[in-house]
Ligand binder design. Structure first.
Ligand code: GUN
Length: 287
């Protein structure tokens, strides 16, 4: 039976420490603040944004929300981002994705100052991640790395197979694993024989967005399973990308859904906001 990697507990511990950090900063007159921009009415995004504001409240991070009309044009969005870049009291800027189709998300991300890029999505942050500089790491990959650390899972020399090549999860996660000396393969919808890759993996990270996509027959005994998926099954229950009940029987470690990677993503966002507030108030800032 696998050890269940409890992201909910670890995230709670991280948030408690951040709350203390935030109190310390406030004693120095620094009031960490996150600005969140959401465009349109995406139901899932509304849920994410709400949980982010709740986490900020709990830690003591100030929070501003900008809900923009679905019909806003690129220039208006970019202008808002620029005004937040220039607002001294705002330490972090988060543009919730996805955006309506007529907007170019990469143009918008590029407009966010790398000093306030708490999501780690700007070209500067991604470039520094690839080249090994200190930067904001995007929150889901960062959360996964913290879970490896907590459970003493050493990536050195391990075969890591990531399923999914998104800019938010797959690609930055591959860089994080590489930086920790793993041998990394990124698989995706055009991969010819997925099972051939997953079967030899010591660690499989699933970020596909399809319920029960990863099954026991695709894996070797003792594999570590990280499930990044958040899907709803036929009964409306939240489930991951992995067939948990069966895979758990052969895995050494596995993350549950809910209660695995999800809470870690938010905890690491909070971590990045506190880091941003500290860095922006340092004389010898690395940013
Ligand atoms: N949409 C889905 N996940 C995320 C995230 O982590 N950050 C942002 N900005 N948008 C998202």
């Amino acid at each position: 039976m696998a050890t269940i990697m409890n992201g909910k507990e670890l995230a709670k511990k991280i948030r408690e420490n951040l709350k203390k950090d935030c109190e310390e900063l406030k004693k120095q007159g620094i009031h960490p603040k996150l600005a969140v921009i959401m465009v349109g009415n995406n139901a899932a995004s509304k849920v994410y944004v709400k949980s982010k504001s709740k986490a900020c409240d709990e830690i003591g991070i100030e929070y501003e929300e900008y809900f923009l009309e679905e019909t806003i044009c690129q220039e208006e969005l970019n202008q808002l981002i620029k005004s937040l870049n220039n607002k001294r009291e705002v330490n972090g800027i988060l543009l919730q994705s996805p955006l309506p189709k007529h907007l170019d998300i990469n143009r918008a991300f590029k407009t966010i100052s790398y000093r306030k890029d708490v999501d780690g999505f700007t070209p500067s942050s991604v470039g520094k991640l690839v080249m090994g500089g200190d930067t904001f790491i995007s929150c889901t990959p960062y959360g996964v790395m913290k879970m490896f650390e907590e459970y003493h899972i050493d990536l050195t020399g391990k075969e890591v197979v990531i399923i999914g090549r998104s800019n938010i999860v797959g690609k930055p996660l591959a860089q994080c694993c590489l930086a920790n000396n793993a041998t990394v393969t990124i698989c995706h919808s055009r991969t010819k024989d997925l099972k051939e890759h997953t079967k030899r993996a010591d660690i499989v990270i699933a970020a596909i967005g399809k319920a029960k996509f990863v099954t026991k027959d695709m894996l070797k005994e003792g594999v570590v399973i990280i499930d990044v998926g958040i899907n709803r099954n036929e009964e409306g229950k939240i489930v991951g990308d992995v067939d948990f009940e069966n895979v758990e029987k052969i895995a050494s470690y596995i993350t549950p859904v809910p209660g695995g990677v999800g809470p870690m993503t938010i905890a690491m966002l909070m971590n990045n906001v506190i880091k941003a507030a500290k860095e922006q108030n340092k004389e010898d800032s690395i940013f």
